[in-house]
Design a protein around this ligand. Structure first.
Ligand SMILES: [Cu+2]
Length: 489
């Protein structure tokens, strides 16, 4: 369902236009406050941010976070937050090498930031909790998209303590970075799928359980999981496909805590990229995990017959401590219907076997080996302190970080600003090299990754991306400093 600035689904608006007769618009959209019928709509892509610049290789956009009357739950208009009045927010669609200027206005009654999740940009543009934008204030985010970083990213608020709340109220959007020489055929139909979940009061307002209640305690422990699952803010939308057609999907998990195990029963999918862009080679997968904040690029072939239907599902995955595991965790959940046209099968396009070269970081001489211990709500036994630097690194160095999860639930670990390469998990070498900015560290698992601090000195966050954990202080600060003068150690 397309959401207009006032939060009225397009289908409802069209119906009301019809009721008023040709040429007549409804007097005021705000009159639609009663529940609207739930309809299964065709999947709609979020709008794309409009570039107001005429300068080549420059993308200049206006983005406002503000209160909005929107039906987060179909049929129930409520007080929500939105970027430019839309949930999901409009997509930032740019190319490698572009200069990006975002004129941001905070029309919320509270401070916020915009974190450009996964982008390799200067620290003061990262939208971390260290640089809040006050209520009613403006801030220009200006950065250049580095070469070699084409991929799928996302943006979201990252104020201290309130990240989960602001995202649950509707603040999140996708980022697509394109490569001028993309190795995948340009003829592939491309779909952006933003996966989220939410929990609601009967009136359709987001149910944010109060701390201290049993639900509040469960949220604090598990992370807040919603029982309503969305794709692009829609419940069980329909994605048309033709038999034999190959679609390129960019999938983002913006849920606070839910880890998706995605599958289309009866067929495999071609996994072509992750957080930091395309892999070297496509990988055929039956199902795969998509942890909080992770992204994936998939090639999905219309494998069924004309007129058939199939379903994108999230399969059971046990990320939980057994004390607080939801009772229905073993139930697969439907996300989206693939509806095949009646057209005869088309001949699938040929996918290149090599997509790009992904060079492994040289770990033969590393400058430091870090040990990061994840326990329940703590990193290395500490809670976040905005005035404390936890790790100090130097520019132009490569380090190995060992992330050890010592508790009985998964914690997805995110490092701001720098893509890394997972080396091994519990000593098992990663099957191939790829760029990532989030890695799910399973219960009692140890993951090692290599990271190069090639640019952008300053202070950077690292944290668990279960938003409840992050907001409760499961976060630390990395300071990247200029290189030491020669001869000094
Ligand atoms: Cu966590």
């Amino acid at each position: 369902m397309v959401r207009l600035p006032v939060g009225i689904p397009v289908v409802a608006l069209l119906a009301s236009v019809a009721a008023f007769g040709p040429g007549l618009m409804p007097p005021s959209a705000s009159r639609f406050t009663s529940p609207l019928p739930v309809v299964s709509d065709t999947l709609v892509s979020p709008p794309v941010l409009v570039n107001v610049s005429r300068v080549p290789h420059t993308v200049e956009v206006n983005l406002t976070a503000g209160p909005s009357r929107i039906a987060l739950l179909p049929g129930h208009v409520t007080d929500a937050f939105a970027y430019n009045g839309s949930v999901p927010g409009p997509t930032l669609d740019v190319r490698e090498g572009d200069k990006v200027i975002i004129h941001f206005t905070n029309n919320l009654a509270e401070k916020t930031t915009i974190h450009w999740h996964g982008l390799h940009i200067p620290a003061d543009m990262d939208g971390s909790p260290l640089r809040p934008v006050g209520a009613g204030k403006r801030y220009d985010y200006v950065f250049t998209i580095p070469k070699g970083t084409a991929g799928t990213y996302w943006y979201h608020p990252h104020p201290d303590v309130r990240t989960g709340y602001q995202i649950a109220k509707g603040l999140y959007g996708g980022i697509i970075v394109r490569d001028a020489n993309d190795p995948l055929p340009a003829t592939l139909p491309e779909k952006l799928l933003i996966l989220s979940d939410n929990r609601f009061h009967p009136d359709g307002s987001p149910d944010m359980a109060a701390p201290g209640t049993s639900q509040g305690q469960a949220d604090e422990e598990n992370g807040r999981e919603g029982n309503v699952l969305f794709v692009n803010g829609q419940v069980m939308p329909i994605l048309p496909i033709r038999s034999g057609e190959v679609q390129r999907w960019r999938v983002i998990n913006v849920a606070a805590a839910r880890i998706y195990r995605l599958a289309i029963p009866g067929q495999t999918m071609l996994h072509v990229g992750g957080d930091g862009g395309l892999f070297e080679r496509p990988v055929d997968v039956k199902d795969f995990l998509l942890a909080n904040s992770e992204r994936v690029e998939l090639l999905v072939k219309g494998a069924a017959a004309p007129g058939a239907r199939s379903v994108l599902q999230t399969l059971p995955y046990d990320r939980y401590d057994f004390h607080t595991r939801p009772t229905d965790w073993e139930t697969p959940r439907d996300l989206l219907t693939l509806q095949y046209s009646d057209l005869p099968a088309t001949t699938p396009v040929v996918i290149p076997q090599t997509l790009r070269h992904v060079a492994a970081l040289d770990t033969s001489h590393v400058s430091a080996r870090r040990e990061i211990i994840l326990s329940q709500g703590l990193i290395n036994g500490k809670m976040m302190n905005m005035h404390r630097v936890d790790v100090t690194s130097r520019l132009n160095t490569i380090e190995i970080w060992q992330i050890e999860n010592v508790v009985t639930m998964d914690h997805p670990f995110h490092l701001h600003g720098f893509q890394f390469q997972v080396l091994d998990r519990d000593g098992v070498p990663e099957p191939f090299v790829s760029w990532k900015d989030v890695v799910n560290v399973k219960k009692h698992e140890t993951v090692r990754f290599a990271v190069r601090f090639d640019d952008f000195p300053g202070q950077w966050m690292f944290h668990c991306h279960i938003l409840d954990h992050e907001d409760h202080g499961m976060m630390g600060i990395l300071e990247v400093r200029p290189p030491l003068p020669r001869g000094k150690k």
